[in-house]
Design a protein around this ligand. Sequence first.
Ligand SMILES: Nc1ncnc2c1ncn2[C@@H]1O[C@H](COP(=O)(O)OP(=O)(O)OP(=O)(O)O)[C@@H](O)[C@H]1O
Ligand SMILES: [Mg+2]
Length: 329
Amino acid sequence: MSDRVISVKGLSKTFSSVQKQPGIAGSLRALISRQKSHTEAVKEVSFDIAPGELVGFLGPNGAGKTTTLKMLTGILHPTSGEAHVLGYRPFDRKPELLRQIALVMGNKNQLWWDLPAWDSFVVLRELYGVPKADFDRRLDRLLSDLQISDKVNTQVRKMSLGERMKCELVAALLYGPKVIFLDEPTIGLDLISQKRIRDFLKEMNQAEGSTMILTSHYMQDVQELCDRVIVIDHGTIIFDGTLGSLMRRYSDKRMLRLHLSDEVPAEDLGRYGELHNTDDQSVVIGVNRSEISQVTAAVLANLPVVDISIEDVSIDEVIRNLFAEGPPA
Ligand SMILES: Nc1ncnc2c1ncn2[C@@H]1O[C@H](COP(=O)(O)OP(=O)(O)OP(=O)(O)O)[C@@H](O)[C@H]1O
Ligand SMILES: [Mg+2]
């Protein structure tokens, strides 16, 4: 095996669809003129992932994350470029590869809705040809780690979102995949369930050495799980490196969080530092660490401050900044 589990080079995906104006006239026009629109969802993306890495794949809505994961799992064919997973091209959909990878999507149900989870697990065991002893051992462990043993005989449709998500994870991991793609596995879950799933993923990654790519809009997931992050925006990678190195770029900054009694024009606020977020009367200003006391005094003297706090830069803020300004210098 090479030192790369995943290798992606110049991968692109453009979706084409026929544009249609609303109404019958629009439908007729579309028939005649067939105006096509193109969405470049993923543009020339390249990265390598080594065995056992747990990589966060981040980006705003519509950035191209799901599209990339679908290409890496063979669901979508790329428009151009290359991808290899465990040495195979995913879009060839070779059973040898499919048996070694899993895709878990938080917003999509992959279990059979009307069956108890247990029945789905058994079908998967047959489908993947997992030896009974391995299956029993793995299932036991997965169910107890995720604390979901008491729900396996419940119809999936009757489960809560969190219970269903745990069963989805069990189903995806039953056959011991080497590479696991997780597309927002904690979406919509309460904080305790999110935490349990994070702990579980961390343990899987450490115990089995499985390689994982995870997308999430919850920075807590990324902070706890991922040493490395790849950030994508408008289909293009804008950062690939350790989370630590990304945060260090901002380590000389602190965030002055203000609550104001009146709205203050942005240009007046901008005088005190880098304006990060203005939301009615709530304002966040980035200030150099060395100037913080001086700036705080000036803010208190000149602005209608109701409440003030000084914070380290949060990972949310760093990522939001990346999207707003492009890659840091
Ligand atoms: N089947 C499709 N046909 C046409 N356009 C599509 C299709 N799937 C995705 N797109 C477009 O491709 C772009 C990337 O979508 P994608 O689902 O990869 O984003 P994402 O990063 O996963 O976003 P989110 O965080 O909202 O899940 C979007 O502009 C989306 O509208
Ligand atoms: Mg998505």
